[in-house]
Design a protein around this ligand. Structure first.
Ligand code: GRF
Length: 208
């Protein structure tokens, strides 16, 4: 049984998609053991509570310095015997010691087709604003492993979404979530839980 800790900061719709996929039997051999938010007001914590999952807040504001916050975050992940860390709208820049301790065991969802519209500054609505201003016809979402860079780790799954002429950043964000993020994140977790994802030379191999 793959033990998952989900890191969130906001609304938690990706967390909800994972919870729903587990309830529907679409994710095998995995369960969420803890949800951690850096933001005490995150609605994601309510979603965890409603699903009977432990949700805790580890806020940088509760600690005297960044180092103490980082240690508390790592400890909160370690103490529940986490096998996989899932970043689902997590706005915290992960400490290097967390990335090295969980190498190949942290995944993130990015709301664009990496390597387009990713890297520093490309988060939230900024991604969709940049997509519209460049005028690309296709965007999408990417689930990838996390390494020390920003959106640079091995890609697990991607799904394309058409851009429409009348899209606003908000309508595009919503459609990318519905048509791509909420589908590929649960699917990637299921593949990992079934041992079907391996990393070789910075690329993943998926056994379908
Ligand atoms: C999503 O767009 C995700 O791609 C990005 O942050 C957003 C999180 O939304 N990393 P939610 O909290 O899952 O609703």
């Amino acid at each position: 049984m793959l033990r998952i800790t989900v890191l969130v900061s906001g609304g938690g719709t990706n967390l909800q998609a994972i919870i729903d996929a587990m309830a529907a039997g679409n994710i095998h051999n995995a369960r969420i053991v803890r949800v951690i938010s850096n933001n005490p007001g995150a609605y994601a914590l309510t979603r965890a509570e409603n699903a009977g999952i432990e949700g805790i807040c580890v806020s940088p504001r509760s600690f005297s310095d960044r180092d103490a916050f980082h240690k508390a975050l790592l400890n909160a992940i370690d103490e529940v015997d986490t096998d996989l860390v899932v970043l689902a709208g997590c706005m915290v820049v992960l400490p290097p010691e967390l990335i090295s301790s969980y190498r190949g065991r942290i995944i993130n969802i990015h709301p664009a087709l990496i390597p387009s519209f990713c890297g520093k500054g490309f988060y939230g609505l900024h991604v969709h604003e940049a997509v519209l201003s460049r005028g690309v016809k296709v965007t999408g979402a990417t689930v990838h492993f996390v390494d020390e860079g920003t959106d640079t780790g091995p890609i697990i799954l991607q799904k394309a979404v058409d851009v429409r002429d009348d899209d606003t950043p908000e309508t595009l964000q919503r459609r990318v979530m519905e048509e791509a993020e909420w589908q590929i994140m649960p699917r990637a977790i299921d593949l990992i839980a079934q041992g079907k994802v391996t990393i070789k030379d910075g690329r993943t191999q998926i056994e379908e």
